[in-house]
Each structure stands twice: as C-alpha cells, then as structure tokens.
Design a protein around this ligand. Structure first.
Ligand SMILES: NC(=O)c1ccc[n+]([C@@H]2O[C@H](COP(=O)([O-])OP(=O)(O)OC[C@H]3O[C@@H](n4cnc5c(N)ncnc54)[C@H](OP(=O)(O)O)[C@@H]3O)[C@@H](O)[C@H]2O)c1
Length: 468
C-alpha cells in the first residue's frame, strides 16, 4: 500500500451526477491524479450514478479528454487501473426504488472483496435534488456502514448550502435526519488550496506579523475573487444564485474567518479551527438594512440578460460589500469583500493593508493566478531626492517548491473525506453564521433594483468599486 494510505481508507466513492459538469472538470480528473499518485487504498471502488445508460468507457473518455487538456499527457496505465475500479449504477436520484440497485451493488462489491468499505456519497448534482437523495440514502440504510459494521458512511455536498438563512437551516435539519453532523462534509474547495491552508501557518509562525495582526496596525482587509469568464452557459443555476450567494456566502467569508479569527492553540486541530472560525463569523456584524445601499455594490454585465434569456433579470454578476467585525481586535479595520464575473482579470487574493495612506504596506495572499504571498514595502529610490517607491518581495509556490507536486484542491478534498478529516470542510454553524451576515443584504436587494449597475464585459473591478 502507498505511503500515507491506511487500511481504514478502503472506500467506495459513490458519485451522484457523474455525467455532469463538475464531475467531468474537477472530480474525475482529481480521481485520475489520486490513482496516478497511488493516494487511494488499492481496494477503492468508484461508483458513478446516472439516470442515463452510461458506460465506464464513456466516462474514461471524458477523463482522458479533460486530463489531456490540462496536463497534455494522460497515462494509459492509469486509465486501465481506473477501468478496473470503476462501475456505473443507473439510478434516478429522486426515485426511491432505484436505491435498491445501489445498495445491492455496494453489498456485492464488499462481499466480493471481503472488506467493509467507507461509503462516500458525493452529491455532484443540482442542489434541488439533494434533499431527495439524502432521504433515500437514509431510507435504504446507506447512511450506515456495511453489514460487517466497521466502516463509515459519509456525505459530501457541494455549495450552495441553501439559498438564504431559512433554507440553509431547513437543509441542515433535513440532512441531519439521515446523517449526523460528523458524517457530513460540506465542500469549500477554496479551503483546500495551498495558499489558504498557509494563512494560519503564516500568521502563527512569522513573528514579524504576529504581534501586529489587529486593527491598531491593519487599516484594511480586501478579499476579492474576480473572473474573466462569464456564467458559461450555467443560466439556470446562476439565475437562482447570483454573485453574492455564489462566492461571498461561501468562499469569501471563509477566507475572512481564516484571516481574522483568534489563533487556535493547535492549528492542526479541526475542532479548534472550527470553533475559532465560528466565533469570528458570529462576530461579523450584519449590514443594517438602512445602510445596505451605502455599503454594498451590485452590478450586471451587459450581455447577461441575453445570455439567460430574461430581459428583466436583476441577478448580479458583481457584488461587493463592506462589513465590520464587532471585536476589540478588529474594531476600526475596514473590510471589503468583492467578487465578479466578466471582468478584465482573473484574480483571487486577500490583501492586508498595514498603516495608512502614504506609509501603507500591503501583504497579499494570492490564491490565483501565481499562488503565493507578496509583501509590498516602501524603499527609497536611488538618487539625491528623497523619493519613495513600492518594492515587492514575492514568494511563489511554483518557484520555491518547484519539485513538489502539491495536490489540487479537489484531490485534497477527496483524500481528507476518505480519511474522515473535516478540518477543511464547512460546519453547519459556519454556514448559518455566513447566511446570517448576508441576510439583510439579500432582503434589501429583493425589495428594489435601482442600484443595479451595468458594466461591459472586460471592465476592471476597480472601475466598479470606485464608481460607488
Ligand atoms: N460546475 C461547477 O463548476 C460547480 C462548482 C461549484 C459547485 N458546483 C455544484 O456541484 C453540483 C453539481 O454541479 P454540475 O454543474 O456538475 O451540475 P449539472 O451538470 O447540472 O448536473 C450534474 C448531473 O446531475 C444529474 N441531474 C441534473 N438534473 C437532475 C435532476 N433534476 N434530477 C436528477 N438528476 C439530475 C445529471 O446527470 P444524469 O443526467 O446523468 O442523471 C447531470 O449530469 C451542484 O450542486 C453545483 O451547484 C458546481
């Protein structure tokens, strides 16, 4: 068995919606790389479910195309190894009786292999289908372990975790009827990115920053996730979601929590990290209803209405808001979260501004592109005059760790779920606290839309942020 893989990691990865966009682009290529690097237990089985008649060969073709597109090579030996460990169950996720076949298939696999497998159910299906799947898994005793009763059953869910506070609460409650909180792995793939995992390590182990990590020294925190691409044909999904729900509720508030939460004593303890994150999110002040206009920006790129064939849609493709944390450590720091599609650049970053105006220094965690961290310092320009210039000290993963092949976020998500490590997954309390922060904005935005700006695709985020 490969190094780091335990006997207890033998798993059946059941992927609902294996024919879909997320499975094709992210989940299956991640599984390919895990096979390639021998990071899965040798008895791992991947079970794809689909309503269609789909063959393992169809799936492997998709995997090959996607891997070729990104890596330029796709190893036939790895595809062969996958062929031997893949199977498909034809199933309509909303039809209870179809789960008999899934139950029987898992039982057959476990009996043939003579081993109890952890059963991981990855819901790579539209969110509207989740409740039915969770209910049917429970009814067919797939929330437990196999008949030998040793392994674990886990549920992996993709965002969105609800549509607002009330629906998130309802979703959590209905999921908890079939699965305990410990069995639920709410995926936030941002948390599995190396730079994001580095935030706590960086804060804890660099004395130069540790003592100045507070409002006295930090005047601003900007967390941004900008994309060049538009909604790329996902009209139905995006019309129900918009930028605020899609990115701010999940990824950006999680990044804020890691950046500003109290430092846990043990930064490898899942429990301590979640406790600190929850406390921070609960300390963020929801924007008061009468300040929503002033503290938020929403905008839509010009071709969006045509793209979704809805001339009256007010769904935002750009959202920004200013929030405050009610704690003595952060009182006075300006915090801005911003996200948008159809912009001039692809950039996800956390920028911390130390000091004010002319004497400010910036520390930036770059999630993409060029994963890394940079610090901007002011230096004297050579010459007789006393003129200053910003100089950047730049750390890039790609340069410093050239030889190490660090796992992609979805590989990390799968490996952690197999091992039962919930550190990088969002808890129910974190999800509810995030919706609580945004609820007044959602409520206000649903009442009017005269503040919705229009922008041309390719505009800079700054032009939208500054125009407010
Ligand atoms: N795509 C992304 O980049 C992305 C990113 C982050 C999160 N997510 C989340 O990940 C999940 C999957 O996303 P996706 O884009 O892959 O979804 P998708 O392509 O729309 O759907 C995935 C699969 O689900 C099945 N399905 C679709 N509608 C269904 C219905 N009404 N009833 C039963 N089965 C249905 C289909 O499989 P069959 O026809 O083969 O049965 C489909 O191929 C969603 O919750 C999404 O919000 C996606």
């Amino acid at each position: 068995m490969a190094k780091g893989v335990n006997n207890s990691d033998a798993s059946a990865l059941v992927i609902f919606g294996v024919s879909g966009d997320l499975a094709r682009r992210k989940v299956l290529p991640a599984i390919y790389h895990l096979f390639k690097d021998s990071l899965l237990h040798e008895k791992t089985i991947v079970v794809g479910t689909s309503r269609r008649e789909l063959s393992v060969e169809d799936l492997l073709k998709q995997v090959e195309l996607c891997v070729l597109e990104n890596d330029n090579v796709c190893d036939p030996a790895v595809l062969q190894a996958m062929r031997e460990r893949f199977t498909i169950v034809q199933l309509n996720p909303t039809k209870g009786s179809d789960y008999e076949a899934l139950h029987a298939k898992l039982q057959e696999i476990e009996d043939t292999q003579g081993v109890c497998l952890n059963r991981l159910f990855y819901l790579s299906i539209p969110p509207g289908v989740y409740p039915a799947v969770v209910k049917h898994l429970g009814e067919h005793r797939l929330n437990g372990s196999c008949s030998h009763n040793r392994a674990q059953s886990r549920l992996l869910v993709e965002k969105p975790f609800g549509y607002d506070y009330a629906s998130a609460k309802e979703l959590i409650e209905s999921t908890n009827r079939s699965f305990s909180e410990e069995q639920i792995f709410r995926i936030d793939h941002y948390l599995a990115k190396e730079t994001v995992q580095n935030i706590l390590a960086f804060r804890k182990h660099n004395a130069v920053f540790k003592s100045i990590w507070n409002a006295k020294n930090i005047s601003r925190i900007d967390i941004a996730a900008f994309e060049k691409i538009g909604i790329e044909g996902r009209s139905e999904f995006y019309e129900q979601i918009g930028a605020l729900r899609d990115l701010v509720q999940s990824h950006l508030l999680q990044l804020l929590a890691l950046t500003t939460m109290d430092m846990p004593r043990d930064i490898t303890s899942s429990q301590e990290i979640h406790k600190a994150k929850q406390a921070l999110l609960e300390a963020v002040e929801p924007v008061p209803a009468d300040e929503v206009r002033e503290r938020t920006i929403r905008a839509q790129y010009r071709s969006y209405k045509n793209e979704v064939s809805n001339p009256t849609t007010t769904v935002e493709t750009f959202a920004a808001l200013e929030i405050a944390i009610a704690s003595s450590v952060w009182k006075g720091t300006t915090i801005r979260l911003a996200t948008g599609k159809g912009l001039s650049e692809k950039r996800t970053a956390i920028t911390i501004t130390f000091g004010q105006a002319d004497d400010a220094n910036h520390l930036t965690f770059r999630l993409q592109p060029n994963e890394g961290i940079d610090v901007e310092l002011l230096v004297k320009k050579p010459g007789f005059a006393h003129a200053l210039q910003a100089a950047t000290m730049d750390f890039r993963y790609a340069d410093t760790f050239m030889s190490s092949n660090h796992p992609d976020a979805y590989e990390r998500v799968l490996v952690d779920a197999v091992r039962g490590d919930r550190t990088l997954f969002a808890t129910a309390e974190e999800v509810l606290a995030s919706w609580h922060i945004l609820q007044p904005v959602l409520d206000e935005w649903s009442k009017y839309s005269d503040d919705l700006k229009t922008y041309e695709q390719g505009s800079t985020a700054e032009s939208l942020l500054e125009s407010s």
